[in-house]
Design a binder for this molecule. Structure first.
Ligand code: GUN
Ligand code: FE
Length: 433
């Protein structure tokens, strides 16, 4: 299938964000791809492109590929189970006992094939992924994602304390050695799959391990991903584990694990991040992975995304499977909208609910910024595109292109993904209509 890496156009109803307040639409337009990048959106095909291949999607929506900034691949096969628990109990009861199984490479290969197959068929074109502590099964996941054509960061997880079932590595030294071995084994192996240093969270990593990972990331110029301020009991535990810290984010900072603006860290959740944590994240150019479905399912809370946006912080969306039940980014968008409305009504009347424009931006260009010029159809952006057939949605009135996208988010049934491109390469096509 991997074709179309040169110049071609998609014809259809094109939608993209230019900034968080503006969605641009072009009905019956042409989206031109040149060498993997968008050459722009046009009402009529410019003369210089006459004769190029035009893929006719008339009547269908064409939206930018979406970025999932936070997803746990080994949790995919038990999503939607155990949701009456809060974070720490849920980890001990469901997550750690499942992740232990990934020591078995055959188990991992099968489970990761379900994850990769489904990720390839949804709106996501870029993802930042947690694997488990196991080196070989992490490499198996990376091999599968590479073969899928999606562009991802994947982390072998680091843990050297506080798992209930021997999931953790023996000690900090072993965990660091395993990480270096993993990096050596995959060096030069992939085009689209990059390693990311992945301390699970402060309760799973001793001070020695966290500082070692911060130093390793700096030495190898690698990025870091982790979890921050998700749940009140977790935050209290971090206070006890790192008594010298002034906040959870400061604990990461103390161990040199916050990265830098040119190597931005992703922090998932940030539900309880106040002014001090916001200032720390701004200093290091951190991307916040907002995971609203997870935060509702585990009764964690609602992250103050309005405050993050007003402060000019970098924010994208995460499905956080399996605390989130679905990798469908439209569902994540819907949860983002609904959670922000409840935050405004029930928590803080000064924090205006997010608009549809803002949430569309977060799912596309906001999270895409982690990968560079990604998540828009402006000229020069990587050509990540998803073609959507929404013709089954009956309507008795004329709907604009913008309204059709909003409707697809609020009514996630009856929409079919027809085609998917990553950096100009078609990675998936619906076989029968
Ligand atoms: N914090 C540490 N590990 C996890 C995890 O697997 N999921 C979530 N939601 N939070 C975490
Ligand atoms: Fe998570």
């Amino acid at each position: 299938m991997n074709q179309n890496t040169t110049t071609f156009a998609l014809k259809g109803d094109i939608v993209y964000a230019v900034d968080k307040d503006h969605i641009v639409t072009q009905k019956d337009g042409y989206l031109v791809c040149e060498k993997g990048k968008s050459a722009g959106v046009f009402k009529e095909l410019p003369a210089k492109y006459s004769g190029i291949k035009v893929v006719d999607h008339t009547g269908r929506l064409i939206v930018p590929g979406m970025t999932d900034l936070h997803v746990h691949a080994p949790q995919y096969t038990y999503r939607g189970i155990g949701m009456d628990l809060e974070l720490l109990e849920w980890l001990n009861t469901h997550t750690f006992p499942e992740e232990v199984k990934y020591e078995n490479l055959a188990y991992a290969a099968k489970a990761y094939s379900y994850f990769t197959y489904d990720l390839q068929r949804c709106f996501t074109t870029r993802a930042v992924v947690f694997a488990t502590v196991h080196t070989d099964s992490t490499i198996e996941l990376m091999d599968q994602l590479e073969a899928s054509g999606m562009i991802t960061y994947v982390g072998k997880v680091n843990m050297d304390r506080n798992s209930v079932c021997n999931l953790e590595e023996k000690d900090a030294e072993t965990s660091l050695r395993n990480t270096v071995e993993w990096l050596e084994k995959i060096e030069g192996r992939y085009r689209n799959t990059s390693p990311i240093i992945t301390p699970r969270f402060i309760p799973s990593c001793t001070d020695e391990l966290m500082s070692g990972l911060g130093a390793l990331a700096a030495k190898k110029q690698l990025r870091i991903q982790s979890h921050l301020s998700e749940n009140p009991s977790e935050i209290q535990w971090v206070r006890e584990l790192v008594p010298a810290s002034t906040s959870y984010a400061n604990a990461y900072e103390m161990f040199g694990a916050m990265g830098s603006p040119d190597r931005p860290t992703i922090m998932a959740h940030c539900v309880y991040s106040g002014p001090e944590e916001m200032a720390i994240m701004q200093k290091y150019g951190t991307f916040i992975a907002h995971c609203p479905e997870s935060n509702m399912n585990l009764t964690s809370g609602i992250a103050p995304v309005r405050k993050f946006l007003d402060a000019g912080m970098k924010v994208g969306l995460g499905s956080d499977v399996a605390a989130g039940s679905s990798m469908d980014m439209l569902k994540t968008m819907l949860c983002t909208l609904q959670a922000s409305k409840m935050y405004f009504r029930l928590v803080d009347n000064n924090a205006k609910a997010l608009t549809f424009e803002e949430v569309f931006y977060l799912a596309t260009k906001g999270g895409g910024a982690y990968f560079g010029k990604v998540g828009s159809f402006e000229k020069g952006y990587d050509f990540d595109a998803v073609v959507l057939d929404d013709s089954l949605m009956v309507s008795m009135r004329e709907v604009t292109v913008r309204e059709r996208v909003e409707r697809a988010v609020y009514n996630d049934a009856d929409c079919i993904i027809m085609d998917k491109y990553v950096a100009g390469t078609q990675i998936w096509k619906k076989q029968c209509v």
